[in-house]
Design a binder for this molecule. Structure first.
Ligand SMILES: [Zn+2]
Length: 451
């Protein structure tokens, strides 16, 4: 029986396993879910990888308090190359429970897709690894290492801190960072470019206390109105991001993102236009994008006829390869301070910065994955950018400068990761698990050091 068949036969088990994992609300934020949920998910992952032959699986506490599941599985030949498998077991919170059409923590099939928080990001990739390894059985021809982290979605950097301190534990010739997705269902892709990011919280302080909007409204400075003006200055009327001092003119040279596909993926209504002066790929992979993530101000219900004295906003600036995060953070901070009207007090706190990433694609692992994807999907693999960031890739690149880093996974655009109604297409798990198994076989030969 060939690898593709052995993966296909496992799909009922894949579904059972994914249902078990999705049922654990492993949101790595104790303000939202008890820490025990992440502990349960970590134990589930550790047990599952022990079962596929990882010998020394252990939980390693990282600097942010989360546990990374780390292990290794020596192959038959110590001279064979080593591959590190990556995923994360923590998930985004469900967000708006009412917006979910199925229970977020119960894997539910609708029209052939499996819905649930984490079904794609990133638990779908965990079960993909397991299916690939089981398809190979005892014949895994490379040396394997594993790390499944527990705080990726929080951006608190537990594993980023851990990797350089324990470099030997995870050292590999190729790293499969499985936390991205194909260009579309059935279109195999490896992601080679990631935007970095800067997250800040901006506070505006205009008055010591609320003032009656009838008695004072007009001349008195208004914190919320000031904040609205400041935020409005971060985009122009076309939708281009306009942070002074941040380049917004770069273009994307890899596979294009078809605008109609993007409209469908983003579920735009007819009549809504795409933003910005570049192509979809330019806007998404080669240029910065500013998003307002949240605003602190009185909610509609309970608000009174008063001028708001203080308001805050949480901002996210995505930055493309070529832009340094510290420089972007300084530019954003300066822009906000300069855009503040009426002498209101402004404070900008940096929450997190992440460096953009560009992979090297001329080595044996890329050659092996091209062939494996072609065999598994029956069509050529494309190279993609991704608008999001995986700061860990930069850390892997710096810690293992000779390693090839391949970003792939089951999170294609319809998966709606991070949003309500996240889902995974089981065919993607099946085909990618097949590709992963074939990759390990090919790379054992193509990645063998010569001479
Ligand atoms: Zn993820």
């Amino acid at each position: 029986m060939d690898v593709a068949q052995r993966v296909a036969e496992q799909m009922p088990r894949v579904r059972t396993e994914l249902a078990e994992l999705v049922a654990i609300p492993s949101v790595a934020d104790v303000r939202q879910f008890p820490a025990e949920e992440c502990a349960r998910a970590a134990r589930w992952v550790a047990d599952a990888f022990r079962e596929v032959g990882f010998t020394d699986v252990a939980l390693h506490r990282t600097a942010d308090g989360s546990d990374a599941v780390v292990g290794s599985r020596p192959g038959p030949d110590p001279a064979a190359p080593t591959v590190l498998l990556y995923a994360h077991y923590d998930v985004q919170p469900p967000l708006d429970d009412d917006a979910w059409r199925t229970p977020p923590f119960a894997l539910t099939e609708v029209d052939g897709r499996w819905y649930g928080r984490g079904a794609a990001d990133c638990k779908g990739n965990i079960v993909m690894h397991l299916a690939a390894l089981r398809a190979l059985g005892d014949d895994v021809p490379v040396n394997l290492r594993l790390v499944v982290e527990g705080s990726e979605e929080q951006g608190t950097g537990g594993l980023e801190d851990f990797v350089p301190r324990h470099a030997d534990l995870l050292r590999a010739d190729a790293v499969l960072v499985c936390d991205t997705g194909n260009a579309a269902v059935g279109v195999p892709a490896v992601t080679v470019s990631l935007r970095g990011m800067v997250n800040v919280v901006v506070h505006v302080d205009a008055l010591p206390t609320e003032l009656h909007s009838g008695m004072f409204g007009g001349p008195a400075p208004d914190a919320l109105a000031a904040l609205v003006l400041m935020l409005a200055s971060l985009r122009d009327e076309r939708g281009d991001t306009t942070v002074r001092g941040v380049d917004t003119t770069q273009t994307w040279s890899g596979a294009p993102y078809d605008p109609e596909a993007f409209r469908a993926d983003a579920r735009l209504a007819e009549g809504e236009s795409l933003l910005g002066s570049g192509t979809v790929s330019d806007m998404l992979w080669a240029r910065p994008a500013l998003t307002v993530l949240g605003i602190d101000c009185p909610p509609v219900v309970g608000s009174t006829a008063a001028i708001v004295p203080r308001a805050s906003a949480r901002l996210n600036l995505r930055i493309p390869p070529g832009t340094a995060p510290e420089q972007a953070r300084d530019a954003l901070t300066r822009h906000l301070v300069e855009a503040a009207p009426w002498g209101v007090a402004v404070a900008v706190e940096t929450e997190a910065v992440g460096t953009p990433f560009l992979a090297r694609t001329d080595g044996p692992a890329y050659e092996a994955v091209r062939g494996a994807m072609q065999d598994a999907f029956g069509r050529d693999m494309v190279l993609l950018g991704q608008g999001g960031s995986i700061p860990l890739c930069t850390v892997f690149g710096a810690t293992y400068p000779d390693a090839e880093i391949l970003m792939l996974g089951v999170e294609e655009p319809l998966a709606l990761i991070h949003a309500p109604n996240e889902s995974v297409d089981p065919r993607e798990i099946q085909h990618l698990a097949t590709a992963e198994a074939l990759f390990l076989q090919r790379y054992a030969i193509q990645g063998r050091p010569t001479g």
